[in-house]
Design a protein around this ligand. Structure first.
Ligand code: GUN
Length: 288
């Protein structure tokens, strides 16, 4: 059997199209334009690429895009001042502080300074608690994108066994909460899990978010299971140059799984699409 390859690029384009329609309707009916502010501290090359791409796609769906680029040496007080200004700005509905921050800045403190209603990353402690207790929350974009792909492929996820490999605050933990919310039986596995291949073999849904290139092997996968690969790892090619790979070994998993997301072109494009969807949601809630 060869797995169905879930096309994240096409699905993300569809979601962005729906967001663009919502933005146009808000403009026509209420003369409101959603605004997203991205704050980037320092010169991390990967972060710069993400931020540029976020700005471009924000404008493409008709939203206002604002970028604040701060020097790597900015003080915590300086960064908090920028966040306070954005919190108070009625034309800004979403605020994203690109992570990781330089070591001298306390990420938790900075994230929790964002108005939870504008926290389109869903990282504020209040949104984390809301998600965990089933209240209306801003939901982290990568796990939200993965959930939308799973729902699109399966319809109902109720009763399925889901194994999330990885326990990060950004992906693993919120992913587990979302799957639980959709009535899956959820296991969170991680680098210390005993007999990981056996744990994964029990899964109807495997979410690989562990940050280790090509770790999940085809013979760990229950035939017909769905593999959602959240990993983005750059590895050296034997003949020079580099290539992007996920946390699952695509070549062996695609032969066993029922469905799989590729890297690149799987979960990745869904993250920015969901960021835009969250910004539209935040704008609608602010003006409800
Ligand atoms: N860095 C890597 N992923 C993310 C994300 O989803 N949000 C933010 N703010 N920073 C990131």
């Amino acid at each position: 059997m060869t797995a169905t390859v879930i096309d994240g690029k096409a699905f993300a384009a569809k979601v962005r199209g729906q967001v663009a329609e919502g933005v146009a309707r808000l403009k026509a009916d209420h003369d409101i334009t959603p605004g997203l502010a991205v704050v980037l501290v320092g010169e991390d090359p990967a972060s710069q690429v993400y931020v540029k791409s976020k700005g471009k796609m924000t404008r493409e769906v008709g939203m206002k895009s604002v970028e604040h680029r701060l020097d790597a040496s900015v003080s915590e007080a300086g960064l908090l001042e920028v966040i306070e200004t954005l919190n108070a700005d009625p034309t800004i509905h979403g605020i994203l502080v690109q992570l990781p921050l330089p070591d001298h800045l306390n990420s938790d403190l900075v994230i929790n300074a964002i108005d939870p209603a504008k926290d389109v990353d869903g990282f504020h402690i209040s949104n984390v608690g809301r998600l965990a207790t089933g209240q209306k929350a801003m939901v982290p974009c990568t796990p939200l994108g993965a959930l939308l792909m799973l729902r699109d492929h399966h319809g109902s996820l109720s009763g399925m066994n889901a194994v999330v490999i990885g326990r990060s605050n950004i992906v693993g933990k919120p992913m587990a909460q979302l799957l639980l919310g959709d009535s899956c039986t959820v296991t969170i596995a991680h680098s210390r899990t005993r007999d990981l291949p056996d744990v994964v073999r029990g899964a109807d849904i495997v979410v690989a978010a562990v940050g280790r290139p090509e770790m999940v092997q085809g013979d760990w996968i229950k035939p017909g299971a769905t593999v959602i690969d959240v990993g983005i790892n750059r590895i050296d090619k034997p003949d020079g140059g580099t290539r992007l790979v996920g946390d699952a070994d695509y070549g062996s998993c695609v032969k066993v799984a029922g469905a799989i997301t590729p890297v690149p072109g799987g979960v990745g494009p869904m993250t920015i699409a969901c960021l835009l969807a969250n910004t539209l949601t935040a704008c609608c809630r602010a003006n409800a």
